[in-house]
Design a protein around this ligand. Structure first.
Ligand code: ZN
Length: 434
């Protein structure tokens, strides 16, 4: 089965490509990228006015299976990913039980294969049961297909454990994906520490709780010579230290979420529990620093930190509601609207942040349209205007802070390994919309 994508603006930072041309897909791989390709036996997908880029990769999502299948399953999450323009996601291990060892990793891979939607790459736990005590079976997890390890959701509080985790993954050239938080500084906090927390009388978490942990992990990365990926950076200070570490030759990368770029802690003034997440929405100064970091190329990736929660859990008073918001189906619209249309970044920059770099950090043979690459392709319309309505999500959860936002830019057609899974905005295997 051949597919010919005609006359799109093909953007592939991995080969420094940004021009109007055609892409021919044959047998699940990219066969050719060229000015004018003829293939009489191919199904043609017109892409005039659209951006054609390597399939987007969300390197940080929570899929809740096993344990909370009412909130998300691997299938529903992989479907939401396609709807949002993502051909691959990396799934954090904080399920019940957590993803660890060969068995845990194989479970995720098996469910993803059955679903046949977006690719799902498991991330395994750092510590047994994510309890922060002893290392989990990292070697067997990685051999079974885990692309990294993380105790995301919980900080690795013991420095000795973090050191051993970094030493262990070094043998496999995989990253430790760190949720940087010093619980001694953030304990019982429910939002950012600042003006709004004082006004609301809610306990705050200072940016320093992240900065202290980032600096510790950078020091341990220097000690071990290993690879560190800092998840959901939310402060300018963290970003500054990460960028300095990289300049000094350390293998440190980082991601920022769309909500930390598009919202400040003033959003919490509504008491909407969909503004409660970790790290918390920060003040204006930090948001400006993150956006500047994006503009200057200091941020490697944008990741949603898609964290589904049931309405029963989120419909509680602010203090009691769990941390986290979903993002698979809003990331592209929010990022295009608040970073591209306002002139902060170019489209090639965004493709780098949403595909090229996350694929590289996770060591995936994806994120490029070079001939011979797996044919994972996202076609997006950067100018399509739409309103975010959670009722249209394919995720099983609805906890978004962006409900009702009018945004510009969306995924139109999504192809995974040469299979068209969404065409002109319609999913090929929609299942039942929850
Ligand atoms: Zn986290």
């Amino acid at each position: 089965m051949k597919l010919l994508i005609k006359r799109g603006r093909v953007i592939d930072p991995a080969q420094d490509l940004d021009q109007t041309c055609d892409v021919l897909i044959d047998g699940g791989v990219v066969a050719e990228v060229g000015a004018s390709i003829e293939a009489a036996d191919a199904e043609v997908i017109g892409a005039t006015g659209l951006v054609v880029c390597p399939g987007l990769v969300d390197m940080h999502v929570h899929l809740r299976e096993p344990g909370r299948e009412d909130e998300e399953t691997i299938e529903s999450g992989a479907r939401a990913a396609i709807h949002g323009g993502f051909t691959s996601v990396a799934a954090m291990p904080n399920t019940q039980p957590p993803t660890e060892g060969e068995e845990g990793v194989k479970f995720v891979l098996g469910k993803a294969r059955e679903a046949g939607l977006a690719r799902v790459f498991p991330i395994a736990a750092v510590s047994k049961g994510q309890q922060g005590g002893t290392l989990s079976e990292i070697g067997s997890a990685i051999r079974a297909g885990a692309v990294g390890i993380s105790d995301d959701g919980y900080p690795v509080a013991a420095s000795g454990l973090m050191r051993r985790a970094l030493e262990y993954v070094k043998m496999f050239d995989r990253p430790v994906m760190a949720h940087c938080e010093d619980p001694g500084l953030s304990a019982r906090g429910v939002m950012n520490e600042g003006g709004p927390s004082t006004m609301l009388g809610l306990r705050g978490m200072p940016g320093a709780s992240e900065d202290v942990a980032v600096i510790r992990d950078i020091i341990l990365t220097r000690l071990t010579g290993s690879r560190l990926h800092v998840c959901h950076v939310s402060t300018g200070t963290s970003l500054e230290f990460i960028s300095r570490a990289r300049t000094s030759g350390l293998k440190v990368t980082c991601e920022v979420t769309p909500h930390h770029l598009a919202l400040t802690d003033e959003a919490v003034m509504t008491y909407d529990t969909n503004t409660k997440m970790k790290p918390p929405l920060r003040g204006k100064g930090e948001v400006a620093a993150l956006r500047k970091g994006i503009e200057e190329g200091l941020v490697d990736a944008i990741a949603s930190d898609h964290a589904p929660h049931s309405p029963e859990e989120k419909d509680q008073e602010f203090d009691l509601a769990p941390f986290g918001v979903i993002g698979l189906e809003t990331t592209l619209g929010i990022v295009l609207t608040s970073l591209y249309h306002d002139g902060t970044v170019t489209l090639p920059d965004l493709v780098r942040l949403l595909s090229t770099n996350p694929a590289r950090i996770l060591g995936l043979p994806l994120g490029s349209l070079k001939p011979g690459s797996p044919a994972d392709v996202t076609l997006l319309d950067p100018d399509a205007e739409w309103e975010i309505d959670p009722r249209n999500f394919f995720s099983k959860s609805r906890n978004t802070p962006f409900s009702g936002w009018k945004v510009k830019g969306k995924a139109i057609t999504v192809i995974v390994e040469g299979r068209v899974l969404m065409r002109d905005g319609e999913l090929k295997t929609p299942g039942a919309r929850p």
